[in-house]
Design a protein around this ligand. Sequence first.
Ligand SMILES: [Zn+2]
Length: 253
Amino acid sequence: MPLKVHQFPCLSDNYGFLIRDEATGRTACVDTPDADAILAQLDELGWGLDLILNTHWHPDHAGGNAKIKQVTGCQIVGPKEVTRIAPLDRPVGEGDVVELGDTRFEVLETGGHTLGHLSYVDRADRIAFVGDTLFALGCGRLFEGTAEQMWTSLSRLAALPDDTRVYCAHEYTASNARFALSVDHSPAMKARAEQVFAARERGEWTVPTTIGQEKAANPFLRAPLLKGGLGLEGASDAEAFAAVRQAKDAFRG
Ligand SMILES: [Zn+2]
């Protein structure tokens, strides 16, 4: 039976994700941007909570851990860095498997935004929770890691099957699309940006995206193909990625 994903907006531009392994009824919460909002959603769904899966330590991802654990008695799984700000029951890292009933999440190290950032991949359902590593048409800022580390992380996510649904933690897509159009003038990019602007006009979410959609238009994943336009012939792929990331940091669109 598939994994059910209940998505809802919270804080200014975060998404909350409550998930349920339909075969066993086990439930989890991916990151804890807003404890009260998450507890209210659980109430509405009539779900208990067995597990929190943290992607990284930032307060809009782990800040609700303590309160949610206190109310629900759930276990908290995440990278060790979470203990800087919030309780953690089981530190996990590359190659670990987290089980939610019959659903198995592979833990992938996807550092760069923070050093210990993790992604959780359910290969059977083709679902990936990627926190602030990969966004629709964007990627996370490099607060702690190097461009090389982030490029490696993004490349690992890009290697997942094209139909993998990618649950990013923020609705940043319209702003990402404006930047993407400034570095990529391809018809595919223009078409995707138009879709995004229209969807946002209608108040629709652009998350989840898919690996295939991002490989086709995300300027960070496509950095190696943009070398010519950036005047970076001869640069490594990681250097091209670094240039696109720097351009985004400086972009005022
Ligand atoms: Zn973050």
